[in-house]
Design a protein around this ligand. Structure first.
Ligand code: HEM
Length: 362
């Protein structure tokens, strides 16, 4: 028997009448159709659709983090969805190559019709930045100015409201801080760690003193003293607070120590999911940075030193954002504090058991 074709029909389900009717070329409206404007519109629309999916994944992850506990099942879901997030990022980073098949001269055929519209009016892009944890104070002055001055009232108010909400970065800090990795009853882990760090730095000093001399030795010793200082900040609250004030670190002390502990013992089956979470977040940052960088190169190729349609200095403005708008930078700082495996004590069985209960959410 033939099925009722109207029950759920492909084009109705996907609302293709709306979707495929939404490519209105400005150049055509001005009676001067430019062939490549279709590619420009479709590429941007494809980006916005993928931004929608990224926000869908991100909000679901943030809802799981917002709960009182994050048990193993929830953590596995978080990691799975964030990995999907990175798979989408890789795909959209490659889309730039498709748009680059448009020549700079072909872009000139329709560019002036777009003024003053600009990518920095992409609310979904800003939403992603804000929810992931990019702080307003971190943005360059130009980014801060353009951010709100180029948006209409509705978009500006929406994003201002979003800036009041807890971000994924803050949720991560809260989750790491509540892992009981800092208090081990009779197992004085951080004493072992401190001793291991001192021995490693002393050995580095011996190598410098026996290998170099003169100015080179002095420079290396000064670098080593700065590294020693950073290690010691982990055990000195006022020093740590100073690093927070200077913006060198953002995580609370407890969160940083937990993230460090997870990295030090990442081979323990217990820590594999938390470690994957931390590395996936760094991958998200790296893929965002890679996108920004590819976008800058494309902008340079298309515009040279011309200003953008939104009125920024173009590629210079975007290059500065590429450096400033980094996410989860504390996770990179952890590498400063890593010690080789042989310098670490074996975790006693009862400590593992306790951690197992806590990480599992019991
Ligand atoms: C011919 C291709 C493109 C050119 C020449 C271009 C140019 C620019 C320029 C000059 C800016 C700085 C703001 C301004 O003054 O307008 C900008 C910002 C931006 N563009 Fe593009 N763009 C292109 C393609 C894309 C695509 C495909 C996307 C994907 C969504 C995109 C997303 C953005 C975003 C999100 C910003 C804001 C970035 C920030 O403020 O950090 N752009 N673009």
């Amino acid at each position: 028997m033939r099925k009722n074709l109207n029950a759920c029909y492909y084009s109705d389900y996907l609302q293709l009448n709306k979707l495929l009717d939404a490519q209105a070329m400005e150049s055509e409206k001005h009676g001067n159709p430019a062939h490549d404007e279709m590619l420009f519109i479709v590429t941007h629309q494809a980006y916005e659709l993928w931004f929608k999916q990224l926000l869908h994944e991100l909000r679901s992850v943030m809802a799981l983090f917002a709960g009182p506990v994050l048990d193993d099942n929830a953590l596995a879901t978080v990691v799975h969805r964030l990995k999907r997030f990175t798979a989408i990022q890789k795909l959209i980073n490659d889309q730039i190559g498709v748009l680059e098949t448009m020549s700079p001269q072909d872009f000139l055929e329709f560019r002036d019709y777009l003024v003053p519209a600009s990518g920095f009016q992409s609310v979904q892009f800003k939403e992603l930045e804000i929810l992931l944890g990019l702080r307003r104070t971190q943005r360059t002055q130009a980014d801060r100015d353009f951010f709100y001055s180029r948006l209409n009232d509705k978009d500006r108010n929406y994003l201002l409201g979003l800036e009041q909400q807890e971000t994924l970065s803050e949720q991560l800090d809260r989750w790491l801080s509540r892992l009981p990795l800092l208090d081990f009853e009779d197992f004085a882990f951080w004493e072992h760690y401190r001793k291991g760090a001192s021995e490693m730095l002393d050995s580095d000093e011996t190598i410098i003193r026996t290998t170099f001399d003169g100015k080179e030795r002095d420079n290396q010793l000064a670098e080593l003293a700065a590294t020693r200082d950073r290690f010691m900040a982990l055990f000195d609250d006022s020093h740590y607070q100073q690093l927070l004030k200077e913006g060198q670190l953002n995580f609370s002390h407890d969160a940083l120590m937990s993230a460090l502990f997870i990295n030090l013992y990442r081979d323990e089956p217990l820590f594999q999911l938390p470690f994957q979470l931390l590395t996936t977040l760094m991958e998200i940052d790296e893929l965002f940075t890679a996108w920004r960088y590819r976008h800058v190169l494309m902008v340079q190729r298309m515009l040279g030193s011309k200003i953008g349609t939104g009125g920024s200095s173009g590629s210079d403005y975007l290059r500065r954002n590429t450096e400033a708008n980094r996410l989860f930078t504390d996770l990179y700082a952890i590498s400063t504090y890593l010690l080789p495996k042989h310098a670490l004590p074996v975790l006693p069985a009862k400590v593992k058991k306790r951690l197992g209960f806590s990480l599992g959410g019991e």
